[in-house]
Write a protein that binds this ligand. Structure first.
Ligand SMILES: Nc1ncnc2c1ncn2[C@@H]1O[C@H](COP(=O)(O)OP(=O)(O)OP(=O)(O)O)[C@@H](O)[C@H]1O
Ligand SMILES: [Mg+2]
Length: 464
């Protein structure tokens, strides 16, 4: 019995303990990876038979992301995690692991789980091999990766956007809270809607609340409702947004704007899954999926004491970062054509083409208002267009992008750093191998690794 096992675990003692158990039982341990990116590199180099995978690596959910990748690659893995709450289990299930061990586990549990997982893997591999032999006439459409209807009208072929949609597909069918982070106009509301449509609660309501637009004095009654006579002007009982979202989804948009006082109340609702309408005695059970969105840097808000850390952790179980448009310029032409077609239909005009010079100008502009801004620019151009081609486009003066003060480039190193980050993003932080950052940058993987260290972007790799 010399199956190779890879351990993905960021805690040194834990990892060594597991390694010792495995080696004593006669397995060969191909290594210990402390992050997802290192794990991917080791998987490529070592080709382990099975992977033992910790879910929370450095506090984030990266283990689940890796699990999803392994599922797609057909590599067997077993989760090891101290956290076995409902949310975690739902996400874990979606990635089809060969087992799940709750820490702390007994040595025997580990070995038995491992043996069963290896057996299942062997059976499945045999089955797949025989299927491959007889697949002379595959069923039409059986393997087609049909596009989700929920993604209709959502444009973006760039790898960074496609991998975001993968995350959406992964998390949507679970009950997990999702936090959408991104600058204004990047599509947070659009993605929230897609998550709802792909979820088990799709037949229920999707209730959107713009937390920034509600006056502070009304937040509580709007979110949680009020009884008749609860306050002056409360002439009748009113259901709150949470109650309205029962068996559906609630989108807490601009969640970074609510007061600390309200944050405490919101936390209670998320924990207890019940609301207490103002001026009432009874509590009302609510069952709804929570999606929160913000264009603020919530982590910084937590650090500065403006956002409760416990609420942050509740909301950020599954963060999805919407990239600014300038980070996925390859999507600009497609989006521009999409909006041209949409708005010419709306205005009842024949659809004009976009001249190459126009596309070039769009590609150069930094889009501080992201897709919303692009849409408005195109809408205006379509409205004003007279011929069959739009040859000129009015763009605002290229003001610096809002939250990238780095626009004042200080040095070549800064440029290099930004470029490497962009490329790493495209490759999900993977350095070596086909399609890895080293290949894209025409660099040797170890040279790139040392540049990454030198430029202090090692940490970034884990969050990309
Ligand atoms: N990938 C996309 N494909 C097509 N249209 C998009 C895409 N992303 C965003 N849009 C469009 O851009 C506009 C802005 O998107 P949305 O309202 O979802 O942004 P947001 O992130 O919620 O912005 P804000 O933070 O200002 O509320 C909408 O009209 C939306 O339909
Ligand atoms: Mg929005």
């Amino acid at each position: 019995m010399r199956e190779k096992i890879l351990i993905v675990e960021d805690e040194f003692v834990e990892a060594n303990h597991v390694q010792t158990i495995l080696e004593q039982a006669g397995y060969s341990v191909s290594g210990i990876a402390r992050s997802v990116n290192i794990a991917l590199e080791m998987i490529e180099a070592e080709k382990p038979t099975l992977i033992l995978l910790d879910i929370f690596l450095k506090g984030s959910l990266t283990g689940i992301h890796l699990g999803n990748t392994l599922k797609e690659k057909g590599i067997a893995f077993v989760y090891l995690s101290a956290n076995s709450n409902r949310d975690t289990l739902e996400m874990a299930k979606a990635t089809e692991p060969y087992g799940f061990l709750v820490k702390p586990f007994r040595e025997k549990d580990l070995l038995v789980t491992l043996e069963i997982a290896l057996y299942l893997h062997e059976q499945r591999s045999k089955f797949n091999a025989s299927k491959a032999q007889t697949k002379s006439n595959p069923k039409p459409g059986a393997t087609a990766t049909g596009k989700d209807k929920a993604f209709d009208g959502i444009i973006g072929d760039s790898p960074i956007f496609q991998s975001l949609l993968e995350d959406v597909r992964l998390v949507a069918p679970t009950e997990t809270s999702v936090l959408l982070l991104g600058e204004t106009g990047t599509g947070k509301e659009l993605i929230a809607t897609a998550i709802h449509q792909l979820s088990r609660k799709r037949s229920g309501p999707l209730v959107k609340v713009n937390c920034a637009a509600i006056p502070a004095t009304l937040v509580e009654s709007i979110l949680f409702g009020h009884e008749q006579g609860a306050f002056t002007g409360a002439t009748q009982r009113k259901r709150g947004k949470f109650e309205q979202a029962h068996q559906g989804t609630i989108l807490l948009d601009e969640v970074g704007e609510i007061s600390l006082d309200m944050q405490a109340k919101l936390l209670r609702v998320l924990q207890e899954k019940e609301v207490e309408p103002l001026g009432g005695e009874e509590v009302i059970k609510v069952d709804c999926r929570v999606i929160a969105a913000t264009n603020r840097d919530l982590e910084a808000e937590v650090a500065s004491g403006r956002f409760r850390m416990d609420l942050y952790y509740r909301l950020t179980v599954f963060p999805i970062l919407l990239p600014p448009l300038r980070q996925r310029p390859e999507d600009i032409p497609t989006l521009a054509r999409h909006f041209t077609s949409q708005h010419s239909q709306k205005f009842g005009k024949p659809e004009p083409a976009l001249a190459a010079t126009v596309i070039a100008a769009l590609l150069k502009y930094p889009w501080p208002g992201n897709i919303r801004e692009l849409e408005h620019v195109i809408e205006r151009a379509v409205l004003l267009s007279t011929g069959d081609t739009i040859r000129e486009i009015t763009l605002p003066k290229p003001a610096p992008a809002p939250d990238s003060p780095k626009i004042v480039l200080s040095s070549m190193e800064q440029v290099e750093r930004d470029h490497i980050i962009d490329v790493l993003r495209q490759c999900d932080g993977r350095i070596s191998g086909k399609g890895g950052a080293a290949e894209l940058l025409h660099m040797n993987a170890s040279t790139l690794n040392s540049r990454i260290k030198k430029l202090g972007i090692q940490k970034l790799r884990n969050i990309l």
